[in-house]
Design a protein around this ligand. Structure first.
Ligand code: UPG
Ligand code: MN
Length: 737
């Protein structure tokens, strides 16, 4: 047994051969067709003078859009080059006493948008990981510095003393109490039929109800309102839950639980989540200093306790561990409906794209659900074995204790200790600590982007680190997805602004990346940063061909022209490839059409605003912002989403462009078809008629939301009337230009 343990691999990696062949074949055919398309467009520029002059502008606009679409398509092929899947064998891991320790970081910021009970469920589920108890240390960062959250942590700690032994004893699969006690989770463990188990379960359930009650009572007593939680300046608060508790039942040490709220001053930037994580990184260094870190958003509970062992199957694999920075699990969500009208699950990203990158140098860091090697966050210099104290202080700041923690045999002076001994952690959590140091630039999570996860992961890859994607069939983590149109689009705007800002910064993946990592890997990163550029071609395709249709200007080859086949092929090839990918990742026809629709909606709204926001930030007109998403359940909104009804009660900045574009398409189609019937040039205008019809068909739910639906989520009539009238006047005006 001993001998075989040494030789058997902890994980395996298989190339998905069939998919690889299909992908590459498709790339070949599709790029040939694009080649013909470009040939056709370029030829036009040398065509007869008369045609060229009168139609040059729309032709150039459409051609430019085609180039941008092809460019993004080309970048996206990097994901499809070498998709792999991995398997792990946790039973082959060394004995428990040889496993490395893990620090769990959980970030929360707002007790109203992120209900305390849910956050505590995440905390409890991570404390209950199936891993040696004394090797888990949970740190909760509270950017809201809310008494509610601190109270919640104390109560969660008390409840954990019952919850953890219960989970261990009965090998409970779902260790998030809320999910476990919800009817959804059935008892499928070995003890399901034993009366002891049922009795214990009832007892624990009562304890959980009491815990829930206490939090609710406190919340009411505090009379929370928006104003009372506006975070003002405050000093840091750090509280270690009573140390060294041996749990009453099984006589084992409980995992450590620490509450950290960093100091906040309006005069110094706090860098959102990245800032919070860096404080946790430092505070935990002088407390537990575990070699591995699990990072979780406050809503991402552990749905399966095995994730730590799964991750160690990679981190402890001698073949890959030396250059492995992190093991990323996919973000999955507990509140996804079957048709998922907003593509809230980000299907393509967390299945196909990350698998594709896994076959290169590893997936993008995705903010939550990853196990990271601590030293990889300390920058290249830390790993070069510096000894000069001055240099180290310039890098890591003034704390000697922290600098000592960089050496391998460091033992913390704070654990186990008293809260009064926490001077050093308070220093490390202060605003001034980072001034003049490399935190946020070369050390820790990086500050140059609101998508700190993307940037941090990208730079790690640039510095030679790799990552691994682990996607077991049972989701290891489950979060709360945004499931109403407004939140989806606001979140999208933030992401696209952050991504695009990387694309136009010195960290542009095509230049900075391609010099430091394999080309294909850098193309994947580039695809993400330039993805928001979809706004340009989609705005163009939703207006230019339609306006030209109205005036009888053909922009595409005639049906009888051989080049018609090229355009037709490209259209079919893109749609069918997307459909195939949806099917291969477990989706349905509905998912496919919904993804097409939400892609159009997002591209014409939040992609555009994201790009603008990034550009304005670049010239210094706007400041970075990070509004956390709402994780509190709203029954009305949830119901609409579950019934596949779009919730159009979104901000006007999103609704107006959608309505206007749809009006353009309907109006131009009607006028255009009328004109075509009169003139009889179907052959010339066919593609433009088909394009407008396609856009209208895909976006039918918007029409439904305007004229058919009577529920609360319909489009506001008063807004719609103005938009439609104004657009029609504009279009009539255009016609006579
Ligand atoms: O000033 C802040 C703002 C946010 N957060 C926390 O950051 C997490 C993510 O925020 P959320 O509102 O859920 O944003 P999402 O857009 O859903 O987050 C995704 O995108 C972020 C930016 O790329 C990543 O950091 C996240 O991990 C990833 O899940 C939450 O736990 C927040 O409490 C803070 O701690 N401090
Ligand atoms: Mn989130």
């Amino acid at each position: 047994m001993e001998a075989s343990q040494g030789t058997l691999p902890l994980n395996t990696c298989h190339v998905q051969k069939l998919l690889l062949i299909i992908n590459r074949l498709h790339m070949l055919l599709h790029s040939m067709a694009l080649g013909f398309l470009f040939y056709y467009r370029v030829c036009f520029l040398f065509q007869d003078q008369e045609n060229r002059v009168s139609h040059l502008l729309p032709w150039l606009l459409v051609f430019t859009s085609e180039i941008i679409l092809s460019f993004i398509w080309f970048l996206g092929q990097a994901y499809r080059w070498r998709p792999v899947s991995r398997f792990v064998f946790p039973e082959r891991l060394p004995e428990d006493d040889k496993l490395p320790a893990v620090d769990v970081f959980i970030c929360t910021a707002d007790p109203i948008k992120e209900p305390t009970l849910e956050v505590m469920n995440t905390v409890l589920s991570s404390m209950a990981l199936d891993y040696p108890q004394e090797k888990i240390h949970v740190y909760l960062s509270d950017d809201g510095c809310s008494p509610m959250t601190l109270y919640g942590v104390r109560k969660a700690w008390e409840f954990a003393r019952w919850w953890l032994p219960f989970c261990r004893r009965y090998k409970i699969k779902n260790r998030c109490p809320k999910a476990y006690f919800s009817a959804l989770e059935s008892d499928d463990n070995d003890f399901a039929r034993s009366s002891f188990y049922m009795e214990d379960k009832q007892k624990i359930k009562r304890k959980y109800e009491a815990f829930k009650e206490e939090i609710e009572t406190f919340r009411k007593a505090e009379a929370f309102s928006r104003d009372s939680i506006t975070v003002g300046d405050h000093s840091s608060v750090i509280e270690v839950m009573q140390e060294d508790i041996i749990d009453d039942v099984d006589n084992v040490k409980m995992p450590q639980l620490v509450y950290v709220s960093r100091e906040r001053k309006s005069s110094s930037p706090h860098h959102f989540k990245a800032g919070a994580l860096n404080v946790l990184l430092r505070v935990s260094a002088v407390m537990s200093n575990s070699p591995y870190i699990l990072d979780l958003d406050c809503d991402m509970f552990c749905n399966d306790p095995t994730s730590a062992r799964y991750a160690m199957c990679f981190h402890l694999d001698p073949k890959i561990s030396s250059s492995l920075s992190f093991v990323q699990f996919p973000q999955k969500f507990h509140n996804i409906s079957k048709k998922d009208i907003y593509d809230s699950q980000l299907r393509s990203l967390f299945t196909l794209q990350w698998q594709g990158m896994d076959g290169l140098k590893g997936p993008v860091l995705s903010g939550t659900g990853f196990y990271m090697k601590r030293v990889s966050l300390y920058g290249n210099q830390a790993n070069e074995g510096w000894t000069d104290l001055l240099q180290l202080r310039e890098y890591f700041g003034s704390s000697n204790e922290f600098i000592k923690s960089l050496t391998q045999n460091y033992t913390s002076v704070f654990f186990p200790g008293r809260n009064t001994l926490l001077e050093e952690p308070h220093l490390l959590a202060s605003c001034r600590y980072e001034t003049g140091t490399k935190w946020g630039q070369d050390v820790g999570f990086l500050y140059d982007s609101v998508v700190e996860d993307f940037l941090t992961g990208f730079i790690l890859h640039c510095n030679g680190w790799n990552s691994v994607f682990c996607e077991p069939s049972r989701p290891q983590f489950l979060g709360t997805a945004t499931t109403n149109l407004n939140d989806v689009l606001i979140q999208g705007t933030r992401w696209y602004s952050g991504l695009f800002e990387n694309g136009i910064s010195k960290f542009c993946p095509l230049i900075y990346g391609s010099l430091r990592m394999p080309l294909l890997q850098s193309l994947c990163f580039a695809e993400l940063t330039y993805f928001p550029l979809y706004c340009l071609p989609l705005w163009c395709f939703a207006t230019i061909p339609q306006l030209c249709l109205q005036r009888g200007i053909p922009l595409y080859p005639k049906v009888s022209d051989t080049f018609f086949i090229v355009f037709f092929f490209i259209f079919l090839s893109s749609l069918s490839k997307h459909l195939l990918e949806v099917f291969l990742t477990g989706g349905t026809l509905h998912n496919w059409i919904n993804e097409q629709r939400i892609w159009m909606m997002k591209s014409t709204t939040c992609d555009l605003y994201g790009c603008l926001d990034a550009l304005l930030k670049k010239v210094g007109i706007r400041q970075a912002s990070f509004l956390p998403t709402d994780k509190a359940e709203d029954d009305e909104q949830t119901l609409l989403y579950q019934n596949d009804k779009y919730d159009f009660r979104a901000s006007n900045i999103f609704i107006v462009p959608m309505l206007a574009l749809l009006t353009v398409n309907i109006f131009c189609l009607v006028v255009g078809v009328y004109r075509v019937i009169l003139v009889g040039d179907w052959d010339k205008m066919f593609i433009q008629v088909a394009l407008a019809s396609f856009i209208i068909t895909v976006n039918y739910p918007i029409i439904e939301g305007l004229v058919i639906r009577k529920d609360k989520g319909r489009i506001s009539q008063s807004v719609a009337i103005y938009v439609i009238l104004f657009t029609m006047i504009f279009l009539t005006f255009c016609k006579f230009l």
